[in-house]
Design a protein around this ligand. Structure first.
Ligand code: ADP
Length: 468
């Protein structure tokens, strides 16, 4: 069975968030299953961690976007190190950007990527068994292969759509239709939602099945989904919630090259302590106090707007008996507030930016990881922290409720229900009580490290779905 994963991110090639981790791991684990050949297709950006690798040009052609003729090249990575074949689509002047997202003309960018991929596959007569589309950036693919004559060699290929983050739907005005490959005009309704082209809605309508990255998130979308809930209800018969795993080869505290002090379940307590001491010294924090951490995008869906108030209030209420460390970037108001607190409070440290190495060190060194998310389709941070023996403190939502069980009900984490500052601080106070009981803390480290979040089970579930 040949599967092509279409995505704008893939770890370690280009990563912005969890989508990259999933697309960098799922195909690798699928390829461990007999008779499965999973590949990844993504855009070629200006920057990537793999450009010192060698590539073959496997396709060279042209597409038309409106009145513009664009060159399309497909490059195949030559080594075997990623665990899957990697194809990168190069469209000079359109896809060669520094970052995957954040551009005014992103509609042209993603239409171009989808057009380029399907043009290549059709022209070369490559008919995979499954096209697996990830998020709205590839959301028009299921429509295009059925209703764009240019891609008729692909008609009937089965499609799966995965919603990693339903907060972004890629809506655009119908004026953009002339930049799409020409399509059967009678079928326009399959791209439409409320008078706009909506790629996320289109992939839900047109894919053979769609999945969300946890069962909990799927249940939430059924009730409320930024205006698409009625669509989810209509299409519920082909909806599946499949929880993400984590790449336990990359995220292995025993071998992780990004850690200063590696550890396993036997020496975790001592080694984690050494890592924490080093990290605290580097950031002017106090190693003897508990360390709470937050890693992520400064966006309201992550509850990052609560973090500034959590910082000053928790430090004040505990009389300075805790440390907080934040790694991330995003909303400038949040960044500025946190910079101010970094200057004001010795118990608080901030590192602005995207830093893969530092994130691994924090997962390994913190005592508690804060996730006050308003929306969390799956969430990977809680799984990384658990794998590295750090207790997650999470809002009971989406994938967080599927993966973290409160200590009061037999789990090894802390849950709270409402995404508000006082609720988070209440949860932190519960954590402080645990921190002061050495045996309990040691048991929690042990229990968290023992959780099984490996991809094997979920990779099998996707294969079963493709077969179905
Ligand atoms: P998202 O909605 O942002 O994709 P996920 O929990 O699914 O959230 O995945 C977030 C991923 O991005 C994790 O691998 C996390 O470690 C990583 N990450 C987020 N922010 C940063 C940062 N500032 N530096 C390093 N890694 C980060």
């Amino acid at each position: 069975m040949i599967i092509y994963h279409l995505s704008t991110e893939c770890y370690p090639v280009a990563k912005v968030g969890g989508l990259a981790d999933v697309v960098g791991a799922l195909p690798k684990y699928q390829n461990k299953i007999k008779d499965i050949d999973a590949k990844v297709v993504m855009p070629w950006y200006n920057k990537s961690f793999v450009y010192d690798h060698e590539f073959d040009i496997v396709f060279d052609g042209y597409i038309h976007q409106g009145g513009n003729m664009l060159q399309v090249q497909v490059l195949k990575e030559k080594s075997d190190v990623l665990g899957f074949e990697l194809y990168m689509v190069k469209i000079p002047g359109l896809l060669d950007r520094d970052n995957p997202y954040g551009y005014q003309d992103e509609n042209f960018q993603f239409i171009g990527f989808q057009h380029g991929v399907l043009h290549w596959l059709s022209a070369m007569n490559i008919r995979p068994d499954v096209l697996h589309c990830h998020d709205y950036h590839t959301g028009l693919v299921p429509f295009m292969i059925e209703y764009c004559p240019e891609f008729s060699p692909l008609k009937g290929v089965k499609t799966i759509a995965t919603i990693h983050n339903g907060e972004y739907q890629g809506m655009m005005s119908w004026e953009m239709a002339r930049y799409l490959p020409s399509f059967d005009q009678y079928k326009w309704g399959l791209m439409d939602w409320n008078g706009l082209i909506n790629p996320l809605a289109s992939m839900i309508k047109c894919a053979n099945a769609f999945t969300t990255v946890s069962q909990g998130y799927l249940e939430e979308l059924y009730i409320s989904f930024r205006g698409l809930e009625s669509l989810i209800r209509d299409e519920f018969g082909k909806a599946y919630g499949i929880i993400n795993g984590i790449d336990t080869e990359v995220w292995n505290p025993e071998t992780d090259p990004m850690l200063d002090f590696n550890f396993n379940i036997k020496n975790a307590v001592e080694q984690k302590k050494k890592g924490k001491e080093k990290l605290c010294r580097e950031y002017g924090l106090k190693p003897e106090l508990p360390l709470f951490a937050f890693i992520g995008r400064f966006a309201t869906e992550k509850g990052a707007d609560l973090i500034p108030d959590i910082v000053w209030k928790s430090i004040k209420q505990s009389y300075g008996a805790l440390n907080i460390m934040v790694l991330g970037s995003g909303n400038s108001y949040i960044e500025n507030k946190l910079k101010e607190y970094d200057y004001t409070y010795t118990n608080f440290a901030l590192d602005l930016g995207y830093k893969e190495h530092l994130s691994h060190k924090i997962y390994a060194s913190a005592d508690f990881l804060l996730m006050p998310s308003r929306v969390e389709p799956c969430g990977l941070n809680q799984m990384y922290s658990m794998r590295y023996g750090t207790v997650p403190i999470v809002r009971y939502t989406g994938g967080l409720r599927d993966t973290v069980t409160d200590i009061s009900t037999g789990g090894a984490g802390i849950n709270f229900t409402y995404p508000g500052v006082d609720d988070v601080i209440h949860a932190m106070n519960r954590a402080l009580m645990l921190y002061n009981q050495k045996d309990v803390m040691e048991n929690l480290i042990d229990a968290n490290m023992n959780f099984d979040f490996s991809w094997e089970k979920s990779a099998e579930k996707y294969i079963a779905l493709y077969k179905n």
